[in-house]
Design a protein around this ligand. Sequence first.
Ligand SMILES: *[C@@H]1O[C@H](CO)[C@@H](O)[C@H](O)[C@H]1NC(C)=O
Ligand SMILES: *[C@@H]1O[C@H](CO)[C@@H](O)[C@H](O)[C@H]1NC(C)=O
Ligand SMILES: *[C@@H]1O[C@H](CO)[C@@H](O)[C@H](O)[C@H]1NC(C)=O
Ligand SMILES: *[C@@H]1O[C@H](CO)[C@@H](O)[C@H](O)[C@H]1NC(C)=O
Ligand SMILES: *[C@@H]1O[C@H](CO)[C@@H](O)[C@H](O)[C@H]1NC(C)=O
Ligand SMILES: *[C@@H]1O[C@H](CO)[C@@H](O)[C@H](O)[C@H]1NC(C)=O
Length: 394
Amino acid sequence: MPRPLILVTLAVSLVLLASTTVNAHNITRILAKHPQFSTFNHYLTLTHLAAEINRRQTITVLALDNSAMSSLISKQLSVYTIRNVLSLHILVDYFGSKKLHQITNGTELTATMFQATGSASGASGYVNITDLKGGKVAFGAAEDNDGKFDAVYVKSLEEIPYNISILQISQPLNSPEAEAPTAAPTLNVTAIMSKQGCKAFSDLLIASGAHTTFEENVDGGLTVFCPTDPVVNGFMPKYKNLTAPQKVSLLLYHGIPVYQSLQMLKTSNGIMNTLATDGAKKYDFTVQNDGEEVTLETKVTTAKVTGTVKDEEPLVVYKINKVLLPRELFKAVPEKKAPAPKGEKEVADGPDAESPSDDSDDQTADDNNGVGEMDGGRLALVALSLFFGVGMFV
Ligand SMILES: *[C@@H]1O[C@H](CO)[C@@H](O)[C@H](O)[C@H]1NC(C)=O
Ligand SMILES: *[C@@H]1O[C@H](CO)[C@@H](O)[C@H](O)[C@H]1NC(C)=O
Ligand SMILES: *[C@@H]1O[C@H](CO)[C@@H](O)[C@H](O)[C@H]1NC(C)=O
Ligand SMILES: *[C@@H]1O[C@H](CO)[C@@H](O)[C@H](O)[C@H]1NC(C)=O
Ligand SMILES: *[C@@H]1O[C@H](CO)[C@@H](O)[C@H](O)[C@H]1NC(C)=O
Ligand SMILES: *[C@@H]1O[C@H](CO)[C@@H](O)[C@H](O)[C@H]1NC(C)=O
């Protein structure tokens, strides 16, 4: 290609690249700059509201900091219900801090994403914004607001007129209707598994609270790899060594948020993200086929798909013969076995980053690879949960 043509091609592709990325806002990325909103940010992702926000052209997010979120989380609502509550905090109109203080007649009802869900009746999908005297702006759910407001405007976090505005408010907006129990998906993952040789795994999901993430992903497509009962029972000593957030991550690592029929698995070698995948924490594994055999490789262990428990799109549950050990929690096994130095403190941050440890293939053996030596990983997770401010499923 002649040189000018290359330059033109380059320029055109740069323009194309720019036009596909420039106008899309990314709430997750914006809020990541504000660590004191990490819990709120986390729940926007968990409830899939982040994707909804990013899809909208004009939106205002009433953000809650970690301490305001903890009062919401302490109500122990299901993820579906938290989704409704948080969707009441997303206004489908643009309010910059300036517009807040210039509301005609000082008060206004504005529609929220909760209204758009169809779950809201009457005024319950609306938020009342009222400019109080002294420059204070108050917010309350429009539903049975009898002169009391739940929250006041604190500060503006980010404004991209007239695309997205993120405003901090002091407290969650209370709405009995948004907080009403929400119907869960009809396919009951834990019930299905507990009847089919996956009871031990199902029990762990329920005990850890991780089942809610599985349940709430069913509608959008979910593939679960369930280690069978004897496998889980043999793994229990190591499992008990994990901290609560590590247990949740390990369990979420066994689900992928898409429906993958056996046929699809057999024809698609490659990296799979899991329910535990979250930003820098990759928690992925590789699907590898050999003829009719489907294996899952995590760098620490290789599991085989041994059967199908349930295949009813959007849900499919397979049996596997090993617990999948993520390299974020367990030490990676190098391709070639070398003498194993004991007592290292670091956890592998990449496939080849760590020195060898015991062969972890036999998970029931009395070796002490992984959990016993993962101080670094535990530290990272503690840091992570501190970062989130509040544990995810406490
Ligand atoms: C706002 O969105 C519009 C349409 O999506 C886009 O053209 C514009 O560049 C965006 N503005 C900013 C400042 O990102
Ligand atoms: C938004 O940003 C987050 C964090 O930077 C990233 O993981 C995610 O893929 C982004 N989403 C989109 C739709 O680009
Ligand atoms: C503002 O108040 C005036 C008088 O009370 C009323 O006529 C008008 O409709 C109000 N405007 C809005 C936007 O509510
Ligand atoms: C908002 O709530 C206040 C207090 O209850 C009320 O006086 C005001 O009329 C409401 N605003 C609207 C637009 O309904
Ligand atoms: C699933 O079934 C179990 C009983 O096996 C029940 O306790 C649980 O509430 C059900 N979950 C949902 C979301 O319906
Ligand atoms: C559990 O952790 C302790 C202390 O870190 C360690 O000594 C023990 O070997 C671990 N047990 C298993 C089964 O990994």
